[in-house]
Design a protein around this ligand. Structure first.
Ligand SMILES: Cc1cc2nc3c(=O)[nH]c(=O)nc-3n(C[C@H](O)[C@H](O)[C@H](O)COP(=O)(O)OP(=O)(O)OC[C@H]3O[C@@H](n4cnc5c(N)ncnc54)[C@H](O)[C@@H]3O)c2cc1C
Length: 398
């Protein structure tokens, strides 16, 4: 794709997000996604007609065939609003599931699951983490999928299955070979959510908010949940390798979405500092402490963006494996920047920053998770340290 074409797409997306998507935010913040469903769908239809839906996918699936680096820049634009990715059908966990099916799904799986997902007519979820096992150790799962005749029978419990509420299917990680080497024990399965034995137990309240629909995190039970062998994605025992592959580009998407969130938060911080008076004629922005907060955020956001784009370009050029240490670096670094930039934005807004009159408190509640999901900070720091220390003859255990 030419630079001009990429820039054109980015400008069109920016205009839709900043002029139309943001208008839905006040009702979304006040009453949840259900309250804006018809208007969201109308915006999605406009995006579909403009050929901008699911832009990360190849044109054969209605996408724009963008490279990871270009989709990353787009992800920053979409991150300006909590609704941006959803309107363009570029939201987690669907994006990761689409990529997984695109690269590893059978023809039948692509037709039945990927095609409607790409068209935005259904949603999906990804069920790997379990309440009773440490999610940071992805090879230690309790959920099993037992071969039975030509089927698999899945039993176990998952949680933080984001967007399970209303999803048409789940991609589930379950142990198929308990005696195999740890990295070869699990497989991945496509499970339609109307399969008997699949049960959404609850939407888990996060910082007081159980959410609903796409904006929720489900606890899910698999109780004798029977699926045919054709529901398995890839080879038996390939679950861990597939999960790793799914997460690589996913972290680029997340990191640039966070950069977009940061840009909006800094913009709001500057607007507030320029407007708010502490006394007649004394603006908040005149205080050195506020100026320093703004300067710190500006510097950290710019550094974050450059690091993520460098990593995306490396993945595009050399593949995900070559960029593994870079991906760990950006995951914890950008999550930390997000945490600090949002905190400064709330601080500068004072009490207003804690209300739902602005988008900041939504992000403050929900984006704390960035330092935990897709690998907590500590795991990524150890992974990076392992890479940095290897030439010194030190083998870092994670
Ligand atoms: C908002 C949100 C959305 C999510 N969405 C999904 C989803 O859609 N699907 C899904 O399957 N999962 C999802 N998750 C789960 C997420 O992947 C896990 O929370 C994550 O892997 C961490 O696992 P855990 O919560 O079990 O924490 P644990 O593994 O119990 O770890 C707890 C803490 O221990 C520390 N720690 C862990 N390992 C180490 C180490 N090696 N060295 C030092 N300290 C360490 C870290 O501080 C960590 O936060 C989501 C989580 C959140 C918060």
């Amino acid at each position: 794709m030419s630079q001009d074409h990429a820039s054109d797409i980015i400008h069109r997306v920016r205009a839709i997000v900043r002029e139309s998507v943001v208008l839905l935010e006040p009702d979304f913040l006040a009453d949840g996604i259900g309250a804006i469903a018809p208007r969201l769908e109308a915006l999605r239809q406009r995006v579909r007609e403009e050929g901008l839906l699911a832009p990360h996918l190849p044109t054969a699936y209605g996408g724009a065939g963008l490279s990871l680096a270009v989709f990353g820049r787009l992800s920053e634009e979409l991150g300006w609003s909590p609704l941006g990715h959803y309107v363009f059908n570029g939201q987690a966990p669907d994006v990761g599931n689409m990529e997984l099916l695109l690269h590893h799904g059978s023809d039948e799986q692509k037709e039945r699951f990927l095609r409607p997902l790409a068209a935005g007519t259904i949603r999906s979820c990804f069920a790997m983490t379990e309440p009773d096992r440490a999610g940071s150790n992805p090879v230690w799962l309790a959920t099993t999928a037992r071969a039975d005749g030509g089927d698999y029978v899945i039993d176990g419990r998952k949680w933080f299955t984001s967007a399970a509420d209303g999803a048409a299917f789940a991609i589930v990680m379950a142990v198929t070979a308990p005696e195999a080497a740890p990295h070869a024990r699990a497989s991945m399965f496509l499970v339609p959510t109307d399969t008997p034995g699949f049960r959404l137990v609850r939407n888990i309240p996060v910082m007081g908010d159980p959410g609903s629909g796409y904006f929720s995190h489900g606890e899910v039970a698999f109780e004798g949940c029977r699926v045919p062998a054709s529901a398995r994605i890839g080879a038996a025992g390939a679950g861990f390798a597939l999960a790793q592959e799914r997460l690589g580009p996913g972290r680029i998407h997340h990191c640039l979405r966070w950069v977009g969130v940061c840009e909006r938060a800094l913009h709001m911080t500057c607007e507030r500092a320029a407007r708010r008076e502490l006394a007649p004629g004394v603006r908040l922005a005149s205080k050195q402490a506020v100026q320093h907060a703004i300067a710190d955020s500006r510097a950290e956001i710019d550094a974050a963006r450059l690091l993520v784009l460098r990593t995306a370009e490396r993945i595009d050029a050399e593949g995900a494996k070559a960029a593994r240490a870079d991906v760990s670096l950006i995951k914890f670094f950008v999550a930390g920047v997000l945490d600090r930039v949002l905190d400064r934005a709330v601080q500068v807004h004072g009490a207003l920053g804690l209300t739902d009159d602005t988008v900041l408190s939504f992000w403050y509640r929900h984006e704390r998770a960035a330092r935990i999901y897709d690998g907590p900070d500590e795991v990524h720091k150890s992974a990076l340290a392992r890479h940095v220390l290897r030439p010194y003859g030190v083998d870092v255990e994670i």
